[in-house]
Design a protein around this ligand. Structure first.
Ligand code: SAM
Length: 235
């Protein structure tokens, strides 16, 4: 939490906390813990609600997500209306920063009437990962690519990229790559208690990460991890 986020949190009337069911209950728990630690305003109330479940066929991904976002916007509206009526200030605690692989702003844009939205920038998992390993993200004057585990698995190493950051990997997509010349910087539960880090040659560290990941997931019931892969430049 940045100082600006703590100030914003304490200036709201309600904080909406989504409950995502048993499996991910730790994430609601993290949000509750953040409020317990940083919420000192006596006039701010915490409102918990059940997040609608995404329903639909994987083949219809766009339509499924569109429908899901509509239903979430509907639940937000209901909660806001019930708790505040026509006017008030609402906080949503977004994981990391809403600019990166997050749909909170797309969902908020569906609310009617359209609210005024103030985004307090957060710290992304990628920033946490780079800081934890004390590495810069890009090479000098070079671009980097941020992609998902699914895309890496489906399409392999992306084109002529030298640096690839991978998020939203439900598994270990790095195992599908030829490890020759690849270095990985991996991190799980970044910025949280129990943060885990591994770095090194992909060939040598791959199985260690797979095993650590499996055990951590079994222990916590969920895992969030992010990694950066860099390809050695050949002369
Ligand atoms: C839905 S995206 C949200 C990203 C978030 N908006 C951000 O700024 O980092 C979730 C993905 O972010 C990454 N992530 C988020 N929090 C993380 C954490 N504490 N440690 C490791 N990876 C994390 C994981 O790759 C996860 O699959």
């Amino acid at each position: 939490m940045t100082l600006a986020a703590i100030r914003a949190l304490n200036a709201t009337d309600i904080v909406l906390i989504p409950r995502k069911g048993e499996e991910k209950s730790d994430l609601a728990e993290v949000r509750r813990a953040i409020c317990a630690k940083h919420l000192s305003s006596a006039t701010t109330r915490i409102v918990e609600f059940d997040l609608p479940v995404r329903e639909g066929l994987p083949a219809d991904y766009a339509a499924t997500v569109d429908d899901w976002h509509d239903r979430i916007a509907h639940v937000w509206s209901q909660q806001i209306h019930t708790e505040l009526g026509q006017e008030g200030r609402v906080a949503l605690l977004v994981w990391g920063d809403p600019s990166l692989f997050d749909s909170s702003l797309r969902i908020a844009a569906r609310l009617k009437p359209k609210p005024t939205i103030d985004v307090v920038p957060g710290i992304t998992a990628l920033q946490e990962l780079c800081a934890a390993h004390a590495i810069p993200l890009n090479e000098i004057g070079a671009p980097f690519l941020v992609t998902t585990g699914r895309k890496l698995r489906e399409r392999g190493w992306p084109g002529d990229a030298d640096t690839v950051a991978v998020m939203l990997d439900g598994g270990t997509a790095f195992e599908t790559l030829d490890p020759e010349g690849l270095t990985i910087w991996w991190g799980a539960y970044l910025g949280m208690q129990g943060q885990m880090l591994v770095s090194g040659n992909l060939r040598e560290t791959s199985q260690q990460i797979v095993e650590l990941r499996r055990k951590a997931r079994a222990k916590h019931g969920w895992i969030m991890d992010t990694y950066i892969l860099k390809r050695a430049r050949t002369a």
